[in-house]
Design a protein around this ligand. Structure first.
Ligand SMILES: NC(=O)c1ccc[n+]([C@@H]2O[C@H](COP(=O)([O-])OP(=O)(O)OC[C@H]3O[C@@H](n4cnc5c(N)ncnc54)[C@H](OP(=O)(O)O)[C@@H]3O)[C@@H](O)[C@H]2O)c1
Length: 246
């Protein structure tokens, strides 16, 4: 049974993933910004079979709060062997184009806060020579597009950071997993028109995340068909790509 910290635990994808862990009897420490929401998710996870559920409120952008939170997670669960980082915001691309502040805020939420967390967690797991770190990046990080390149570049930073971290920690027996979902029907995409074969439910992505954690995968596209789609997107020459309306 795992002892799992989830940052961004109120996310639809994270909650669906936590439900699978709970049904297996894992112990969970939930971190998010909304106390009421976390409390109701925690109660539900207990009913579903979680051995223990702890929680605390934290804004991931408060980098000074990370260290103490990690200590409390360890203490509450009696150890920590798995971390899932799931928080994020779909940036207002148009707003970012005229606001340095908003752009930097979005980069902090979607990349810098996670880099800060990973730096601390990596140190702990490397010292112990054990552990699993899974982070939700995105297919958007595979190539910058005019419609969402602030969000996409934050996810690209995460993807590259995780790649390096995976190499560093491999010899210590620590697994680092990059999760790259495509379109997921969650509150994050509430404003987008939905439907069609490219859209997935959070439950489908959650099953893929748990499978990736169980087999210590490296990089996973969820659902799987995003791997060939992004291969094609990445191979389009820049001279053609710059004129596309994507
Ligand atoms: N939905 C998609 O199509 C899609 C595709 C690819 C990747 N992803 C990634 O999947 C992850 C989960 O997203 P989702 O689809 O499940 O969306 P979601 O339900 O909207 O979840 C996003 C979560 O991030 C939390 N969050 C935002 N800023 C935070 C901060 N500063 N500190 C702490 N928590 C913060 C939100 O908490 P509050 O409730 O407090 O706002 C919310 O729980 C994200 O990393 C997202 O980028 C999503």
């Amino acid at each position: 049974m795992r002892k799992i910290l989830i940052v961004g635990a109120s996310s639809a994808i994270a909650e669906a993933t936590a439900r699978i862990f709970a049904a297996r009897g894992d112990s969970l420490y939930l971190v998010g910004r909304k106390a009421d929401l976390l409390a109701s998710i925690a109660a539900d996870l207990k009913v579903r079979g979680a051995t223990a559920v702890g929680m605390e409120t934290m804004d991931a952008n408060d980098l000074t709060a990370h260290e103490a939170m990690l200590g409390r997670a360890e203490q509450t669960l009696g150890g920590l062997d798995t971390v899932l980082i799931a928080h994020g915001t779909l940036s207002d691309q148009k707003g970012c184009e005229s606001s340095v502040e908003l752009t930097l805020h979005e980069l902090t939420t979607n990349a810098i806060s996670t880099v800060a967390l990973l730096t601390r967690i990596a140190e702990i797991f490397e010292r112990r020579k054990a552990g699993t770190i899974a982070v939700i990046s995105s297919v958007a990080g595979d190539r910058g597009r005019q419609s969402n390149y602030v969000y996409g570049s934050a996810k690209a930073l995460l993807t590259a950071f995780l790649s390096g971290l995976r190499q560093r920690l491999w010899k210590s027996g620590v697994a680092v997993i990059t999760i790259k979902p495509g379109f997921v029907d969650s509150p994050m995409t509430a404003a987008m028109p939905k439907g069609g074969p490219l859209w997935a439910k959070p439950q489908r992505v959650a099953a893929g995340i748990v499978d990736a954690i169980d087999r210590s995968a490296t990089v996973v596209y969820l659902p799987w068909f995003w791997a060939p789609i992004m291969l094609i997107i990445r191979t389009i020459p820049e001279r053609i790509f710059r004129g596309l309306k994507l």
